[in-house]
Design a protein around this ligand. Structure first.
Ligand SMILES: Nc1ncnc2c1ncn2[C@@H]1O[C@H](COP(=O)(O)OP(=O)(O)OP(=O)(O)O)[C@@H](O)[C@H]1O
Ligand SMILES: O=P(O)(O)OC[C@H]1O[C@H](OP(=O)(O)OP(=O)(O)O)[C@H](O)[C@@H]1O
Length: 227
């Protein structure tokens, strides 16, 4: 049976259910609100409720055939993600931009080139590298390498990342923003060319899952509904 992984709670779950509903597939949770089980009416699909952050790993391992999660999480959590999953459909919700931001008071720093210069100056002055707090290590490293910024260090931050500058545990941050409120409240500004990835919820197909005849037939039916 085709296994579909969907976010088990929060902002992504309800919109995922609505999205499939509009395409003729009714996803329902069984039991209580707190029970992580569900089923699909209208197709031979097993519903697997998972944390959005774990869906990339389950897709890569082939334990689910299809999965809904943020495009940022797939890129961050899977090495060479495009060899392991394929995006079937951007879903039009869960939008969030992964960006690079610095303190608003750094009036000379508006671009990545400025940041590069600030990194060199920071090291000369302080004797250690400028710290960038993030939980998106892979995406931030790749982005800075492609843009020629090298003289920094990443500091792991799994939450409240915008607060790290005020708390003096980092000089800059890379995190997701949607309304921009949290950035503003913490006196940060996004670099003009600091957009690392524009994320949204996306339906992915696992390339290495057991795609037997029955699973392929369900996928074909789904493709027609998507078209
Ligand atoms: N304002 C927002 N804040 C955080 N994530 C957002 C926001 N808007 C959209 N997203 C997206 O939601 C996804 C993360 O969802 P969520 O926080 O539910 O996942 P998770 O890391 O598995 O959560 P948890 O660890 O709480 O189970 C990411 O793809 C992210 O880009
Ligand atoms: O641009 P905004 O609308 O202000 O939203 C951005 C904030 O939302 C997320 O935090 P979340 O609530 O998921 O908590 P986290 O700090 O644990 O990531 C994200 O990490 C930002 O802090």
């Amino acid at each position: 049976m085709l296994r579909l992984g969907v976010p088990s709670k929060g902002r992504l779950m309800d919109k995922t259910f609505d999205w499939f509903g509009k395409r003729g597939l009714t996803l329902t949770r069984s039991g209580s609100d707190r029970e992580y089980a569900g089923h699909v009416e209208g197709a031979d699909i097993a519903l697997v409720m998972l944390s959005a952050g774990e869906i990339p790993r389950e897709l890569a391992a082939g334990r689910i055939h299809l999965g809904v999660t943020g495009s940022d999480l797939v890129r961050e959590r899977l090495t060479r993600w495009d060899t392991r999953v394929k995006a079937l459909a951007p879903m039009g919700f869960g939008h969030a931009d992964l960006i690079l931001a610095v303190p608003k008071v750094w009036i000379d720093v508006d671009t990545l080139d400025d940041l590069d210069a600030a990194c060199a100056q920071f090291r000369a002055t302080h004797g250690h590298r400028l710290r960038i707090a993030t939980k998106y290590h892979r995406l931030v490293r790749d982005f800075l390498r492609q843009n020629g910024v090298a003289d920094y260090q990443l500091v792991d931050s799994q939450g409240a990342t915008e607060g790290t500058v005020l708390n003096h545990t980092a000089e800059a941050i890379a995190d997701i923003t949607s309304t921009g409120e949290t950035m503003r409240a913490n006196h940060l500004k996004v670099l003009d060319d600091g957009l690392i990835h524009a994320s949204q919820a996306t339906l992915f197909r696992a390339l290495d899952a057991p795609w037997d005849k029955a699973a392929k037939a369900v996928l074909e039916d789904l493709r027609e509904r998507l078209a």
